[in-house]
Design a protein around this ligand. Structure first.
Ligand SMILES: C[S@@+](CC[C@H](N)C(=O)[O-])C[C@H]1O[C@@H](n2cnc3c(N)ncnc32)[C@H](O)[C@@H]1O
Length: 157
């Protein structure tokens, strides 16, 4: 089953990305993965402002190309890898931080995969959509641009 049509590209505002990466305590040299990286903005902030390495998985080839170009334009190509593929069909990289802005239904389908493949101790941050069945370590309502964003932080056991 494809989840391509069910999750449109809606970018996370940069201030919200910064807040989520702070919540996740992303440190220099750590590895972040963005499941559905869109135009790569999360990867760029992670690499440029937090000194992390970042991998993005994006099903749409036009967005994956854009993400790779954005990493080049922003001078972080040496620390960013963009994979054009379906995250349901790929092994989740052994990331310290996993970033998601998907849908509750997609998170639910991803949960068993995260339980199996995410690194123990990995911090998982989800924009607006919870992972049903997991207890968040923290939930924050963050205001940006006149809108409230619900940010969830989980730690993989
Ligand atoms: C809501 S956007 C979030 C983009 C980016 N993470 C951000 O926060 O700015 C979700 C992205 O996930 C991608 N996507 C949806 N299903 C996917 C799948 N199964 N594998 C890889 N990417 C997927 C969509 O094409 C879209 O670009």
């Amino acid at each position: 089953m494809s989840y391509y049509v069910s999750v449109p590209f809606v970018p996370t505002p940069v201030e919200v990305i910064r807040e989520m990466l702070k919540l996740a305590n992303l440190k220099p040299g750590e590895l972040l993965v963005d499941l559905g990286c869109g135009d790569g903005r999360v990867l760029v902030v992670a690499a440029k402002e937090f000194g992390a390495r970042a991998v993005g998985i994006e099903i749409r080839s036009d967005l994956a190309s854009k993400a790779a170009h954005n990493a080049i334009r922003e001078g972080v190509r040496d620390r960013v890898l963009v994979i054009n593929g379906n995250f349901f069909e790929l092994r989740i990289p052994p990331a310290d931080v996993i970033f998601m802005y998907l849908l509750t239904s997609v998170n639910e389908r991803l949960r068993p995969k995260l339980e199996k493949e995410a690194k123990p101790g990995a911090r998982i941050v989800s924009h607006d959509f919870e992972i049903v069945g997991w207890k968040p370590k923290l939930v924050e309502n963050f205001q940006d641009g006149g809108r409230s964003h619900k940010l969830y932080l989980y730690v993989k056991e």
